[in-house]
Every structure is written in C-alpha cells, then in structure tokens.
Design a protein around this ligand. Structure first.
Ligand code: NDP
Length: 297
C-alpha cells in the first residue's frame, strides 16, 4: 500500500484564504481590523524565523501584526509589564509569546499572565479547562490543525480508535481532548507506556508528537491507518548541498507510507496548519471580544 499524502500546505492555504475573506467582511462591516501581537525574547534563529513567518501571514490575511522584540537579558518583570500593557490595549486581539524563553523567565508565569480571551495559543489554564470540559475557548493551534486535517480527510471520526503518542500540554493532551470530543475512542501513550508498537498498531488514527526523529516505523502502524506526524526535528544532513541539516518528523515516512492509508509529510503537513490556526484564533478572538457573529469556524 502506498499512503495518500495529506497536503497540509494546500489545506492551510485555503484556510488562510477563507480567513482573509472573513477579515475583509469584518473590516467593511464593522470597521474592525483584528490584530495579533507577537513577542520575541532573545535571538534564537528558529524563533526569529517563526516570528517573521507569523507576521507575514498575519498581514497577508489583512490583519494587523505587531512585533515586540526584547533582548535575551530581559527580566520576567519586563515581559510581564509588556503583557499587562497588551492585555489592556483595546486594539490588540491576540497575544503570542514565542517559546522557548530565556532561562531567567518562568514560562508558566508568562503564559498565565496573558488575558485568556487574547490567548491565541490556547495555553492558558482557563482555555485548557474550557477545552477539557467541552466549553468554548481558544484551542491550541497545532492540535486544532491536526483535527481539521483529519476531518477533511476522513469526515466523521466517530467510533474510530485514535492513539495520541505524546502527552504535552501544548500538543498531546489537547489533541486527545479534541479527538474525544469528536467521538473517537482515544488512547494517550507516552514515554512510560508499555509496548508502544502494540498500542500504536490498534490505531485507526495515529497522531505522533514525541520530538524523537523517525521513531515510529511502518511495523507500528495498522494497515490503512491515518497517520498525523506532528514532529519537526532538525537532523544532520552531511550530503546536503544547501543546508547541513534536514527536517524530519517523528515518523519514519518511507516505511510508514508503505502501510498507512494516509499520512502527513514533514515538512508540508502539520506545520503550515499551525500558523493558519493561529490566524483563525486571532480572527475568532477579535470577533468574540466585540460580540461580532462569525459563521463557518
Ligand atoms: P514535548 O517534549 O513537550 O513532549 C513530548 C512527549 O512525547 C512527552 O509526553 C513524552 O513523554 C513523549 N515522548 C518523548 N519520547 C518518547 C518516547 N521515546 N516514547 C514515548 N513517548 C515519548 O514535545 P511537544 O509536544 O512540544 O512536541 C512534540 C513534537 O512536535 C516535537 O517534534 C515538536 O518539534 C513538534 N511540534 C510541532 C509543531 C508544529 O507546528 N508542527 C508545534 C509544536 C510541536 P513523557 O510525558 O512521558 O515525558
């Protein structure tokens, strides 16, 4: 079997187009332009690329993009003061603090300082609690992107056996909650789970988010299963002509694609969906804060 390739880049582009169309309607009808503020602390090269991409795509969708850059020596108090001013700024709809943060700054304190209605990453405990209890909140972008890809490919997920490999607060746990809400029978596996290949092989839907390059191989996968590879890992690429590294997922793509029914590639799978869902969350936050009805999301 050769798996169908789930094209996250194409889906993300169509989602971004749909968001841009909604932004245009909201601008014309309510004279409101949703605004995303992103904060970068330090000069981590990967974070700089992510922040630049987020700014470009926010502007391309017709929204306002604000970027704050703090030095790597910035104190937690400085960052908290900036968050406080953005919480109070009526023009700002979404606040995103690019992670990781320098070691002198406590990540959890910073995330909890963001006003939950502006927490477009969906990491605040209020949003985590709303998701866990089936209430309306802001949902973390990466798992939301995975769910949208799954529903686009499979339609109704009811009754499917889903396995989520990884239990982080930003990917694994919210992913499992979204899948449960979509009526799958959901198993969460992690580094202490026994016999991971056996657990994974029971999955009709397998979402892998472990941060371990190419850990899941074809012999872990049920024939015909749908595999979503969240992992983004930089591995050495000594023979590469332009770069000394290449990006790879947490799934061994070649062996998995020979067994799975469908699979996301890395890059070009979940990654583009994460930014598209950030735009979606910013649009939703902007509308909810102003009691503007928004259909179709
Ligand atoms: P974390 O490191 O926070 O969590 C990893 C999870 O995987 C943990 O629950 C850990 O288990 C589990 N795990 C690690 N190693 C193993 C193993 N050998 N066997 C079984 N379970 C294991 O990572 P994240 O959730 O933040 O990210 C996961 C991956 O997704 C990374 O590659 C990251 O780069 C990528 N990512 C991609 C995004 C995108 O936009 N596409 C966005 C966010 C993340 P335990 O809890 O027991 O330690």
């Amino acid at each position: 079997m050769t798996a169908h390739l789930i094209d996250g880049k194409k889906f993300a582009t169509s989602l971004a187009d749909k968001i841009a169309a909604s932004v245009s309607i909201i601008k014309n009808t309510y004279q409101v332009t949703p605004c995303l503020a992103v904060v970068l602390v330090g000069t981590d090269p990967a974070s700089q690329v992510y922040v630049r991409n987020k700014g470009q795509q926010t502007r391309a969708a017709g929204m306002t993009s604000i970027e704050h850059k703090l030095p790597s020596t910035a104190s937690e108090a400085q960052l908290l003061a900036l968050i406080d001013s953005m919480n109070k700024d009526e023009a700002i709809d979404g606040i995103l603090i690019q992670l990781p943060l320098p070691e002198q700054i406590n990540e959890a304190s910073v995330i909890q300082a963001i006003a939950p209605e502006k927490d477009v990453d969906g990491f605040h405990v209020v949003n985590a609690g709303l998701l866990a209890t089936g209430h309306r909140g802001l949902v973390p972008c990466t798992p939301l992107g995975c769910l949208l890809l799954l529903q686009d490919h499979l339609g109704d997920l009811s009754g499917a056996n889903a396995v989520v490999l990884g239990r982080s607060n930003i990917v694994g746990k919210p992913m499992a909650q979204l899948l449960t809400a979509a009526h799958t029978t959901t198993t969460i596996a992690h580094s202490r789970s026994c016999d991971l290949p056996k657990i994974c092989k029971q999955a009709d839907i397998l979402v892998v988010a472990v941060g371990n390059p190419e850990m899941v191989t074809g012999d872990w996968i049920k024939p015909g299963a749908t595999v979503i590879d969240v992992g983004i890992n930089r591995v050495a690429n000594p023979t590469g002509t332009d770069r000394d590294y290449r990006l790879t997922g947490d799934v061994d793509f070649v062996s998995a694609a020979s067994v799975a029914g469908a699979i996301t590639p890395v890059p070009g799978g979940v990654g583009p969906m994460t930014i598209a869902c950030l735009l979606r969350n910013t649009l939703i936050a902007g509308c909810r804060r102003r009691n503007i009805e928004l259909d179709g999301y």
